[in-house]
Design a protein around this ligand. Sequence first.
Ligand code: ADP
Ligand code: MG
Length: 259
Amino acid sequence: MTKIQTPVIEIRDLHKAYGSLEVLKGISLSAMKGDVVSLIGSSGSGKSTLLRCCNLLEDSQQGDILFEGEPIKWTGTGLNRHPSDKEQLIKVRTNLSMVFQQFNLWAHMSILQNVMEAPVTVLGRDKAEVEEAARGYLAKVGIGDKCDVYPAQLSGGQQQRAAIARALCMEPRALLFDEPTSALDPELEQEVVRVIKALAEEGRTMLIVTHDMKMAADVSDHTVFLHQGLIEEEGAPSDLFGNPKTERLQQFLSATVAA
Ligand code: ADP
Ligand code: MG
């Protein structure tokens, strides 16, 4: 029997503008369970906006977003379109955990408290169970000995790994990474890349915006090249990086390699 799979996250013909600035001009993409999709493109091409629309941190004006096959319910149209179902909004946000370029850890909380905060306060989970899970995730990303220190006492690479543990502790259906290594020195970048690779290998569903073409090529099943709010080219990373078809992608890749 053929099993019909439903994507964890799917967007169809998504449009998003900030006022009169059209940022996404009709984007469609989907990620099945276990898929790693990388998003590449020049600064300003709409990559962060796309991720933020996926987990409803930003509104969009047109098109559909489906979480595990369930379309987001909207109220209003155009610039007045907003998610109408608060429960659905929370479900989507908590199941698509985001990891940001600047880590966004709470400075006044220990690393363990940072990781425990949302599962306890947002999901209302049992504190002792969350603590055990949080310690496990911190160990998994290689900083199990840093539970009681504060973010300022960690290197950037350690802070970003703490942020990844925090995202994992939500037990999300997918992880969304927005340039997770861009704020890091090259030698710290690799420790975060290793964690992301390990997550890919264990079959996590992930959307990864990155400027790191090597990581994109190594970890993803599918790569999407965004240009001025549209998908200019997409496919297997071996094709996109090995045999780019459009002139824009060719130019982008040669500029990236030269940088
Ligand atoms: P990328 O992540 O690919 O660099 P972004 O999604 O951050 O691109 O930005 C796409 C475009 O949207 C840029 O022109 C940017 O200036 C604009 N933009 C992003 N966020 C906002 C905002 N909150 N308000 C107005 N314009 C924004
Ligand atoms: Mg961005």
